[in-house]
Design a protein around this ligand. Structure first.
Ligand code: PBG
Ligand code: ZN
Length: 327
């Protein structure tokens, strides 16, 4: 008689697809893109083979190409010509990200354009806001930086962003941005908060891509300690209370326990498979040590299984092609 419970019964090749609990589709994917003000040619990012820093002139073509592969949403980062201590170029009407938004919305109106809302690419010190002198030395001035985030949010919404995505990890960031958007007539623009963002070594390649390395210290006075799980959930609870529309856990793969708990809060939940996650997979794949396609799909279905409704990944376009049977 033994064993009567046989889980292998449903694993026959013809039965297995019927019992797949989670599937990654192009509806889940958000593609990050970097636009460089003043650039004339695309430049491959050395630590992220297959990813580029794009000139603004290519924005329309890039968006059309993504749309043709079924990608429905992009997350934009801008690298400005000029940086200063207070990140002024982040909220300029003709700033790099504002121009990129307009170009993409004009070329592909159906593309959901999400803007990363932060100052670190726009400040000369590379931190995510305005610096003041604290008892521990120079540090992010939380409340002064909130005013900066409000200005950036309004200028991104005015440029036509469909969703703004604050990534600065300041206290009170979501409420401040909601207030500013509502006051300026953008009450219907959703906020996708980088609500639980860890101070991670996995952002290394991004900082080359976005030219956003810092001149002193690190981001650990505002981004979270990777050791802390309870605090990680609290960070997202607070943002939900401040009216965030979408929560996010970042990075993704090392933090699936957090993702699961944040999803349980009941809001749409995103996970960001960050630059270092991409680079690690890519490097091993280029060495022939792993099967890139299988590893990527396994990493993404794992993120989905842990609770992600949306996955931000540099592999988005590759995955869209694989899903549709190309390459
Ligand atoms: C900026 C920002 C970062 C990332 C997204 N927005 C870097 C950082 O906080 O240093 C990381 C993305 C990635 O590594 O792919 N606040
Ligand atoms: Zn930042």
């Amino acid at each position: 008689m033994f064993p009567q419970t046989r889980l292998r019964r449903l694993r026959r090749p013809i039965l297995r697809p019927l019992f797949t609990e989670n599937t990654v589709t192009t509806n889940d994917l958000i593609m990050p893109l970097f636009f460089v003000e003043g650039a004339t040619e695309k430049v491959q990012i050395a630590s992220m083979p297959g990813q580029y820093r794009w000139p603004l002139a290519d924005a329309a073509a890039v968006a059309k190409d993504l749309a043709s592969d079924g990608i429905k949403a992009v997350l934009l980062f801008g690298i400005p010509k000029t940086k200063d201590a207070v990140g002024s170029s982040a909220f300029a009407e003709d700033g790099v990200i504002q121009q990129a938004v307009r170009a993409i919305k004009t070329a592909v109106p159906s593309m959901v354009v999400i803007t990363d809302l932060c100052a670190c690419e726009y400040t000369n010190h590379g931190h995510c806001g305005i610096i003041h002198e604290s008892c521990d030395g120079p540090d992010l001035d939380n409340d002064a930086s909130l005013e900066l985030m409000q200005k950036i949010a309004v200028s991104q919404a005015a440029a036509g962003a469909d969703i703004v995505a604050p990534s600065c990890m300041l206290d009170g960031m979501v409420m401040a941005i909601r207030d500013a958007l509502d006051a300026e007539g953008f009450a219907s623009v959703p906020i996708m908060s980088y609500s639980t963002k860890f101070a991670s070594a996995l952002y290394g390649p991004f900082r080359e891509a976005a030219d956003s390395g810092f001149s002193f210290g690190d981001r650990s006075t505002y981004q979270m300690n990777p050791a802390n799980g309870r605090e990680a959930v609290r960070e997202s609870v607070l943002d939900a209370d401040e009216c965030a529309d979408i929560l996010m856990v970042k990075p993704a793969g090392f933090y699936l326990d957090i993702l699961w708990q944040v999803k349980e809060l009941g809001l749409p939940t995103a996970a960001y498979q960050v630059s270092g996650e991409y680079s690690m997979i890519k490097a091993a794949a280029q060495n022939g040590w792993i099967d890139e396609k299988r590893i990527v799909m396994e990493s993404l279905v794992g993120i989905k299984r842990a609770g992600a409704d949306l996955i931000i990944t540099y592999y988005a376009q590759d995955v869209a092609r694989w899903i549709h049977g190309q390459q």
